[in-house]
Design a protein around this ligand. Structure first.
Ligand code: ADP
Ligand code: MG
Length: 143
């Protein structure tokens, strides 16, 4: 299996619920290495840019309102098979359908407010990581 990177965002609901520590602990316990991490706040426009593929979807306005509603914590994570393994760790988009013990099943309130983002492919992970971080941020944080 190849070593991959994925981009996660601890979403504003995760920050509001004081779950940064618990979710980060689960991510690290699952074997992901944090290569870059910061707290930031998206505007409605920058949230829209991040989720540009969903621009025509009916939930786009609700999604960009939510993602700009408070601070969030993007991170670049590295691990073997990171893309698929991270999606497994967080569970299905809709927490009601997420497997027991996944982050979304345990902490998310709704389909919209679902605690974490995870990239859906290596290619999109690169684009998403570049949305928040410079490559020099990653190098600087190598242990
Ligand atoms: P995922 O985050 O699991 O990759 P998607 O890429 O399909 O899911 O959607 C991006 C985000 O948009 C979801 O995580 C969720 O916050 C929001 N979302 C998706 N579908 C809906 C919906 N039907 N209603 C409200 N929000 C939604
Ligand atoms: Mg997605």
């Amino acid at each position: 299996m190849a070593v991959e990177r994925t981009l996660t965002i601890l979403k504003p609901d995760c920050v509001r619920k004081n779950l940064i520590g618990e979710v980060t602990r689960r991510i690290q316990e699952a074997g992901f290495t944090i290569l870059a991490m910061k707290m930031t706040r998206l505007t409605k426009d920058t949230a829209g840019g991040f989720y540009a593929v969903h621009r025509e979807r009916p939930f786009f306005d609700e999604l960009t309102d939510f993602m700009s509603s408070g601070p969030c914590v993007p991170m670049i994570l590295e691990k073997e098979n990171a893309i698929a393994d991270f999606r497994e760790l967080i569970g299905a988009t809709n927490p009601a359908e997420a497997d027991e013990g996944t982050i979304r099943s345990d902490f998310a309130d709704s389909l919209g407010e679902n605690i974490v983002h995870g990239s859906d492919s290596v290619e999109n992970g690169k684009i998403e990581a570049a949305y928040f971080f410079a490559e020099s941020d990653v190098v600087a944080n190598r242990a």
